[in-house]
Design a protein around this ligand. Structure first.
Ligand code: ACM
Length: 548
């Protein structure tokens, strides 16, 4: 606080603190922030940003200061100077404030003569900057040659409702380059979400370089063709193109993406699917399957009977892979999949049946639990925790597992009742591969595999904490996530279209308090944020924006 008083007092002496802007009455239209802040008080006056503006910061906030300076540099034909608060004076101050309650909370004050952004942590300050960004016209996102701009005065106190605010991306069914992944991360950051769940392995492609097993990407990252249209769904015949398809991220690229996300306070959770959804890995290393192969990287969508064998060799392989994954990703969580595991191969495998006998297991569901528990033990030994899809409840949960509830919310409820952390991603509200419109209008949309649909309004109405939980149990609901399965998203354009603006709605579900959520008001604010999407060249479902 002492620093603040000193800062405001010195600011008055600076030329950029213009009185001319002190009495301006601002339009309410200028305060259209998504996700809606906890408290926002509109004030009189505007802050002028020009060549005299200077950003000063607590030394640990240099990254945030540079980020803010870059934001202004995009639109202004000037580089704002920045400096440490310890030695220099300025009129935009970024500081850490230990008196703020919430780890990710912030306060933002814009007055005619000063801007102050305080956070409990650097993440809070970053979110304060994101709110400041939305007080500026969308054009600031684009290179421009302005000499100055002004920001309407405001006081905001804000913090998130949920600790886990995620977006998922399946790069197995279709592969997207680093530039697209970064654009996705930018979007996550703009919406004050903090987790990117990167689904890196699938039947149709293994996408992460593993040095000890080069065939995973030499063989596993490429398929010989791809199913056309609805192949196999709604009675459509299986037809394929024979266009080779594939791609993967080198470890250097992975590091680059992790650092890019970290600078925006986003944790990346890698997902390595096991024991199912593993056909691409088995095509590369058939010795880890139940049948010896040969296997082929899948060309169609759906679920495959081929899964990992529960052998010591397979566990050794998976541990080696996870070692390299954990060396790359600093995330506390490693997602190990666990969904949609057909048990036929284990039923028919003499070896798998032997393991069931040896370990005193009842059936193949318990064998899956045994499989997951062994992997969990290894991951825990390395100081990390596992997340698994809700099938990991079947046959008994691994002791420290977090559950991602996707087949509805029942799995999440069961896990919370067993005192396990839960992330809600129910298909009904959080699957952004579904159509956004009802069946009559689906013919006008990019094709997707199912007729199910989830409108923006439905996402907005989602309540991640089930009513049936006691307040003690409800504490295990960490938050929610939008899932983006890409079978029917062959190009990046379609990914953006499916995600926006449903992700915009979800960001408010996971950040804002329930009492502040208002569908009508959200629709108004949505019309403002899409201008930003336009300038930033994001594709989105325009029919979901209610023009007024
Ligand atoms: C899933 O959608 N199979 C998790």
């Amino acid at each position: 606080m002492v620093k603040n008083i000193f800062f405001v007092a010195t600011c008055i002496l600076l030329t950029s603190c213009s009185d001319k802007y002190q009495e301006i009455v601002n339009s309410k239209d200028e305060y259209q922030i998504i996700p809606i802040p906890e408290n926002l008080t509109i004030a009189k006056g505007r802050f002028l940003v020009n060549e005299d503006t200077k950003i000063v910061y607590d030394t640990s906030l240099v990254q945030e200061a540079e980020y803010l300076s870059d934001l202004f540099a995009t639109v202004l034909d000037i580089d704002l100077s920045i400096g440490s608060l310890d030695t220099e004076n300025g009129n935009i101050l970024l500081e850490l404030d230990p008196t703020i309650d919430h780890k990710e909370g912030y306060t933002l004050s814009v007055a005619h003569d000063a801007i102050l952004i305080s956070g409990k942590t650097a993440a809070g300050v970053f979110y304060g900057i994101q709110s400041l960004r939305q007080l500026l016209p969308a054009e600031i996102e684009k290179a421009n040659n302005l000499k100055e701009l002004t920001i309407p005065a405001v006081t905001i106190e804000d913090s998130p409702r949920y600790a886990y605010r995620g977006m998922h991306l399946d790069v197995g069914r279709h592969f997207f380059p680093v530039t697209s992944v970064k654009k996705y991360i930018d979007l996550i950051a703009m919406h004050k979400m903090n987790t990117f769940h990167w689904h890196l392995t699938e039947d149709q492609g293994w996408r992460i370089e593993i040095k000890k097993y080069p065939r995973l990407t030499e063989i596993g990252a490429f398929r010989k063709g791809t199913a056309i249209g609805l192949a196999g769904t709604r009675n459509a015949p299986y037809t394929y193109n024979d266009v080779p398809y594939g791609g993967f991220y080198t470890q250097e690229e992975i590091k680059e993406v992790i650092a890019y996300a970290a600078a925006k306070h986003i944790t990346i959770i890698p997902e390595i699917e096991l024991p199912g959804h593993s056909l691409a890995a088995l095509a590369a290393y058939p010795q880890f399957g139940n049948g010896g192969g040969p296997y082929e990287v899948a060309k169609r969508w759906g679920i495959f009977k081929e899964i990992y064998a529960p052998t010591e060799e397979t566990f050794g392989f998976l541990e080696d892979v996870l070692n390299e994954v954990m060396a790359l990703f600093p995330s506390k969580y490693i997602h190990i999949g666990g969904d949609e595991v057909l048990k036929k191969e284990w039923e028919e495998s003499a070896y798998a049946q032997e393991v069931i006998q040896r370990e005193g297991l009842k059936n193949e569901h318990e064998l899956q639990s045994y499989f997951i528990r062994r992997i969990e033990k290894f991951v825990n030994k390395n100081g990390r925790n596992i997340i698994g899809w809700d099938e990991i409840l079947e046959g008994g949960l691994a002791p420290n597992a977090t559950v991602m509830s996707w087949r509805g919310v029942e799995g999440g409820i069961a896990a919370a009742k067993q005192s396990h952390p839960v992330i809600m991603t129910p298909g009904t509200h959080c699957y952004f591969d579904y159509y956004q419109v009802d069946e009559e209008k689906q013919g006008e949309e990019p094709l997707t595999g199912s007729k199910r649909h989830t409108s923006v309004e439905k996402v907005y109405a989602y309540e991640p904490t089930p009513e049936s939980l006691t307040s003690e149990e409800a504490k295990y609901i960490l938050g929610a996530q939008g899932n983006v399965w890409t079978e029917y998203m062959p190009t990046w354009d379609v990914v953006e279209y499916r995600v926006l603006p449903r992700m915009t709605a979800l960001s408010e579900v996971v950040w804002s308090s329930k009492k502040n959520r208002d569908w009508e008001d959200f629709q108004n604010r949505l019309q403002h944020i899409v201008k930003r999407y336009d300038v930033l060249d994001y594709n989105y479902a325009k029919h979901s924006i209610n023009d007024k």
